[in-house]
Design a protein around this ligand. Structure first.
Ligand code: ZN
Length: 393
């Protein structure tokens, strides 16, 4: 069996502990088998010297739409094209994440079960990409946020059924829409949508099946409804107040901020083909979004990195920009790295095998030219990406 010793690098293992200088590890059959520091042991396989480099875990992105194309108006494009074309897009997008240092992610909403097929195709080795968890269709009220690619459901019994349908189809996680959002015309980010009672039945079904739940939740009342319904992660969390932050702390609910989503909409604007309503809503929410993130972080809410890639100009592989924005909003660079590795792995429930570089875990790692704790920009030009011990070409 092929085995490789990597040695001489600075190791940021993803756990949040101080980096180890002159570290080494052995990769054997997709996993790290031996890890240490100082003088590397005698070795009879391939030896790779990474002197001067920094090694960290591959990033884990908790919020992606792999089938969405980040053009000005992704939803209009998606509605008019065939499922086969959408699947081909997803295939191309997978590689972009991998090359940009994301080695695992969670897809939170795709049409026609395409995400399940892509996920399985990666697992079978038919196509190359990060492994990922998939939600299938998001559960939304009739005419609610994302209805065009979701499963519309009204009333607690219908949302229960909608969740069961996604689980039957192969969902690893159930996505539930608690509020309006930016990209759906005619709905407001601040307004509640599915009620607490409607979300609760869906959450119960997911939990019974041993799966997690995530909610698109932007307005305060909807966020609170979702938390009280038992949700595992609040996605976006634009309008957080002290009460919702307190509830998140009390119940251990994660925040997946996706700060880059409105950022790229505001940055590119109507000139780039983004619908006026989406630009207006993003302009309005961006300041609150950043303030809410900072408040939640300072209060100690668990934060997992997510980008919402696939929204306008939010490219597949935008994770480094999300880290930069989180740091701009007051997060320490180390915490930004942990939110993108260990914390995301914990939220996804894959931390036994991924998220930190330790003996016995999968060898998903990045080789960086600089120490990201000193210069986060090094994540924009990653030297090498390894997925399950193999270098991504
Ligand atoms: Zn999303």
């Amino acid at each position: 069996m092929e085995k490789t010793l990597y040695k001489g690098f600075r190791l940021i293992d993803g756990s949040g502990s101080v980096p180890t200088e002159k570290a080494y590890f052995v990769v054997e059959d997709k996993k790290i088998t031996t890890l240490g520091s100082g003088k590397a042991p005698e070795f009879d396989g391939l030896v790779v010297d990474l002197e001067g480099k920094t090694v960290m875990p591959g990033m884990i992105n908790s919020h992606v739409h792999i089938t969405m194309e980040p053009v000005g108006d992704p939803t209009s494009l998606m509605i008019k094209e065939s499922p086969a074309k959408t699947a081909l897009r997803g295939t191309a997008n997978l590689k972009k994440h991998l090359k940009a240092g994301t080695t695992f992610f969670r897809d939170l909403g795709a049409p026609a079960g395409i995400d399940f097929d892509l996920r399985d195709a990666v697992k079978e080795g038919l196509i190359e990409g990060p492994e990922f968890l998939a939600a299938g269709k998001c559960v939304t009220m009739t005419g609610g946020h994302g209805w065009f690619m979701g499963r519309e459901a009204d009333g607690p019994e219908e949302t229960r059924k909608a969740a069961r349908e996604q689980l039957r189809a192969g969902a690893d996680v159930v996505k539930i829409m608690a509020t309006g959002g930016v990209l759906t015309k005619g709905v407001e980010p601040g307004s509640p949508q599915l009620s607490m009672e409607e979300m609760k039945t869906a959450v119960v079904e997911a939990h019974k099946a041993g799966k997690k739940t995530a909610t698109h939740a932007q307005g305060t009342e909807g966020i609170k409804n979702a938390i009280l319904a038992g949700i595992d992660s609040v996605e976006h969390g634009i309008f957080l107040d002290d009460e919702t932050i307190g509830l998140m702390l009390e119940k251990g609910v994660y925040l997946v901020p996706t700060l880059v989503a409105p950022y790229f909409i505001v940055k590119n604007g109507v000139e780039a083909g983004i619908p006026q309503f989406a630009v207006d809503k993003s302009n309005y929410v961006m300041k609150f979004h950043m303030e809410s993130f900072t408040k939640a972080y300072k209060a100690g809410v668990k934060i997992a990195m997510g980008t919402d890639s696939g929204t306008p100009f939010n490219l597949h592989g935008s994770a480094p920009m999300e880290l930069k924005l989180m740091v701009e909003c007051g997060m320490t660079p180390m915490d930004a790295l942990v939110s993108s590795t260990k914390s995301s792995a914990q939220l996804l429930g894959i931390d036994k095998d991924y998220g930190t570089l330790e003996e016995g875990k999968f060898a998903d790692f990045l080789v960086l030219d600089e120490n990201p704790l000193e210069n986060l920009d090094t994540l924009f030009k990653i030297n090498k990406v390894f997925k399950l011990g193999k270098e991504v070409r």
